[in-house]
Design a protein around this ligand. Structure first.
Ligand code: MN
Length: 230
């Protein structure tokens, strides 16, 4: 094969210890914590979790300075557990789902909240709200066998040393195996897929100069900065 120009670089995330995890797709789940559904004006009994995606090259690594995105004045952080798949398949049983997990990371689902509010109102697509450049900061991946009991871990988002999100992963409406199973009934999952598993309550706006940290259990912390846009 002779490409007419150089193919883009393969997006990847460092794995704690050694190596890099090549990213194939980035899936996300919305409305997976009841208190966050409520703070967005929804009813968790009526609004079940939803799936959306981001491009693989939307990831930004730990330590990044992310330019404030264009075309918005309401950029929000959403601290989230990220699941990294080492294998995949279709129609995966909940009981078998954990065997496909390579590891876990701390992540942030950056959101143009103004675009999302408009899309919800008009029934339009969520792409410009969720899938913009560098909208998926993700920390280094910890292999699953070193992650311990994440179910009872705390998820904390700190902006400029102020704790704005503080929840337990056990408050997820759909557990990690349930998310993998449900996703695999809509998409064939493969090694290299990342899944952002939803955010708890406490989301809020970011401004230029902010330092954001997402800490989950003893996963490597994610730190990034918001800098002036181009
Ligand atoms: Mn989210």
């Amino acid at each position: 094969m002779s490409f007419v120009f150089d193919p883009p670089p393969q997006p990847s995330v460092p794995v704690k210890g050694s190596g890099d995890f090549p990213v194939r797709r980035v899936f996300c789940i919305g409305r997976n914590y009841a208190e966050h559904v409520r703070e967005m004006g929804g009813d968790p009994k009526e609004a079940s979790p939803v799936f959306f995606t981001k491009p693989a090259d939307a990831i930004a690594l730990n330590g990044s300075a992310i330019p404030y995105p264009p075309a918005t004045d309401n950029l929000h952080f959403e601290g989230e557990l990220v699941v990294a798949l080492g294998s995949g398949g279709a129609d995966i049983d909940v009981s078998d789902a954990s065997s496909h997990v390579f590891g876990y990371a701390a992540g942030c689902d950056l959101t143009r909240r103004d675009h999302q509010a408009k899309a919800k109102k008009t029934g339009g697509p969520w792409d410009s709200a969720k899938a913009f450049d560098r909208s998926a900061p993700v920390g280094d991946i910890l292999p699953a066998d070193e992650a311990g009991d994440l179910f009872n871990s705390q998820l904390v988002t700190i902006v400029n040393r102020k704790t704005l999100q503080d929840s337990l992963l056990s408050r997820m409406l759909w557990t990690v195996p349930e998310i993998i199973s449900a996703l695999s009934r809509q998409f064939e999952l493969k090694a290299g897929d990342l899944i952002f598993t939803g955010t708890p309550e406490g989301v809020g706006p970011l401004t230029i100069g902010d330092k954001v940290e997402v800490r989950i259990g003893h996963l490597p912390a994610l730190t990034f900065f918001v800098r002036v846009g181009q």
